[in-house]
Design a protein around this ligand. Structure first.
Ligand code: M6R
Length: 609
């Protein structure tokens, strides 16, 4: 939700900032802007729309200088426009601010500042920051920023430059991510790691209510109350190539194809097939901690919430623990009942989703233990949890989540097995069998991806539809939800996921020859029932696209289209079944000419409420 990037060093700042903003564009693309300082003057250019509009505007300007900041916006307060784009400036045009987050008391602050004579040029919450800093500026920029932030309520990651202080960028954060990247000839600030990978792997995470004065070489960090902070840089192991498209037309397609590797990496070092044991070295919980848990609550948003729904089945079936799944935004305000025997599992790819972070705080306050499943090492959610297990999917850049989902499912399955192992609800032989199936998953996914063309062909027959229904039973139901979400996000086709048996209670009225019904018809306990649901759709003239296991010859007679996935156990089939649905959504979006990696109105990481 908005990306910020800054550079101070020996080189020209603008090329770094533009490159950084392009990497951050997935966080928001309603507008973008840059401000560069040279010879005691800041020049600012900002434009509504994507970064290419900004680049065009920059063709006519000289923005040379070795210190600057930039922003790519996902609008919250104030519609997308040139005026509402960041950076925002004070009255004198000396102080420039970029911001990710929401200043909740901005109206009150704005009124007070206006009474003092400040002139506003936008309708954003952010602009008050520039004027507040102006009010507080009495010879020290960091002090002025600190003074301004003390008056502010809400969330922020900010970067500030001022024409009077050409040797520093002041940055601060509260509930929005910010990282400092250190390179020999300069220092960067960024909303996330992938935007830095091309330049450095040496980073310092800023924590909540910390303020950093970033200089070409040495800078420093303090708390908002002025206490100095000493923090060593950490080294990021992500490969810079992983933040590039690598020959694919879109990040989404690349990331779909990366799933076998991401799952392999996620499994690596965590299972010992010979011993039928599961270990998470980084997880701080002991077997005893796990033993006393009598209730599990998954909490997350979006795709990660769908992963939690699969988790509910797995934890109840394997570990026999009462399990629930909660939308993080609902959970945080519901005054949930829990105690120290409750394990809250928060799932988040980015580790920065505001609602999930708040749900964690709520759970901890209520005495529950919190374990998070995150993809971004050192992210806010990872840090705030009592323990963390990482998915090793690598950077996920496409706004539609793909490889994060399948690696989350992989970790959840391992955790369910681990809890079953600790609680003695699953035999060693059973664990061994399941582990060997899980180890075969990446290779099975590779063979499934080889049939990409079949899915593309099916997509070419349905890309003009306006609505779609996705049906599944059991663990297939969350997959139906996820398939429908993928289609909505990237193709803008209205799609609904439903438990197949519920179809008769309403959605059946929608069925006609124009609406494809995607049915997860996987082998397992509910197979016969799902065939019954297919009959119900066909009897009403509906079109059925079935996802079925290889060797299921009967399905041909019932469905209009069949996408086969390898024959394997019910759980592994669940993990495989989402892949053709991701591809289906992708190819439909391609045929509709949609902006696949940056769908309209969306942002990759929702760091505001
Ligand atoms: O980073 P998180 O996993 O916390 O993000 C949660 C959702 O915002 C995210 O899954 C969103 O629904 C994706 N766009 C789905 O493709």
């Amino acid at each position: 939700m908005c990306g910020i990037f800054g550079y101070i060093g020996e080189k020209e700042a603008l090329p770094y900032i533009l490159e950084g903003l392009k990497k951050l564009e997935y966080r928001g693309y309603d507008s973008s802007g840059v401000a560069v300082l040279k010879n005691g003057k800041v020049t600012c250019v900002k434009k509504e729309g994507k970064i290419k509009n900004l680049e065009k505007a920059l063709e006519k300007k000289d923005l040379s200088g070795k210190i600057g900041i930039g922003h790519t916006r996902w609008a919250t307060h104030g519609r997308p426009s040139d005026e509402n784009s960041h950076p925002h400036a004070d009255c004198k045009g000396e102080i420039f601010v970029v911001h990710n987050g929401i200043i909740e008391n901005y109206l009150m602050l704005r009124r007070a500042l206006a009474e003092k004579g400040h002139k506003f040029h936008s309708t954003t919450d952010t602009e008050v920051l520039a004027h507040l800093i102006e009010e507080h500026l009495k010879g020290n920029l960091e002090e002025a920023v600190r003074g301004a932030l003390r008056e502010v309520e809400g969330s922020y990651a900010i970067a500030v430059i001022c024409s009077k202080y050409p040797d520093q960028i002041v940055a601060a954060r509260k509930a929005s991510p910010l990282v400092i990247g250190i390179e020999e000839n300069g220092t960067f600030i960024s909303s996330d790691i992938p935007a830095l990978l091309k330049y450095t792997s040496k980073v310092i995470y800023l924590k909540d209510e910390e303020i950093a004065t970033v200089k070409r070489k040495k800078g420093h960090i303090c708390t908002l109350s002025g206490k100095p902070v000493k923090r060593k840089p950490v080294f990021i192991s992500w490969d810079p190539e992983s933040a590039e498209k690598g020959g694919y037309s879109h990040f989404m397609l690349k990331e779909i194809h990366e799933q076998p590797k991401a799952i392999r990496d996620t499994l690596k070092g965590r299972i010992r097939p010979d011993k039928a044991e599961i270990h998470f070295d980084e997880m701080k919980f002991s077997a005893d901690d796990f033993k006393k848990i009598n209730r599990v609550v998954f909490t997350a948003c979006g795709t990660s919430w769908h992963a939690g729904l699969v988790g509910e089945y797995l934890f109840e079936q394997i570990a026999k623990v009462m399990t629930e799944v909660e939308y993080a935004a609902e959970f945080r305000y519901r005054d949930p009942v829990m105690d120290d025997k409750t394990l809250v599992i928060a799932i988040s790819q980015s580790g920065e989703t505001a609602d999930t972070l708040a749900a964690i705080e709520e759970a901890k306050e209520k005495g529950a233990k919190v374990l998070s499943i995150c993809n971004v090492v050192g992210s806010s959610i990872a840090r705030e949890s009592d323990a963390v297990v990482y998915t090793y999917a690598g950077p996920e850049i496409g706004v539609a989540s793909t490889k994060a989902f399948t690696t989350q499912l992989t970790v959840i399955y391992l955790l369910a097995l681990l809890m079953g192992q600790v609680k003695g609800t699953i035999s060693k032989a059973d664990i061994k069998q399941r582990i060997s199936e899980l180890l075969e998953l990446p290779q099975k996914m590779e063979s499934l991806l080889e049939r990409e063309k079949d899915v593309e062909e099916i997509a070419s027959r349905y890309y003009e539809c306006s609505n779609a229904l996705y049906l599944g039973r059991g663990k297939g139901f969350p997959i139906a939800l996820e398939g429908a979400l993928k289609l909505k996000e990237v193709s803008y086709i209205h799609a609904e996921g439903y438990p197949a048996a519920e179809m008769k209670h309403g959605p059946i009225a929608l069925i006609d020859k124009n609406m494809p019904v995607v049915v997860l018809a996987l082998q397992g306990r509910r197979y016969e029932k799902i065939l019954g649901n297919i009959e119900e759709v066909k009897a009403r003239g509906g079109i059925v696209i079935a996802v079925a296991n290889e060797g299921d010859d009967d399905i041909w007679e019932k469905a209009d289209e069949v996408i086969f996935i390898p024959r394997t156990s019910e759980i592994i089939s669940t993990l495989l079944a989402i892949v053709p649905l991701q591809l289906f959504a992708y190819y439909i979006a391609v045929k509709r000419g949609c902006h696949i990696d940056q769908p309209r109105n969306l942002a990759k990481s929702v760091t505001v409420e």
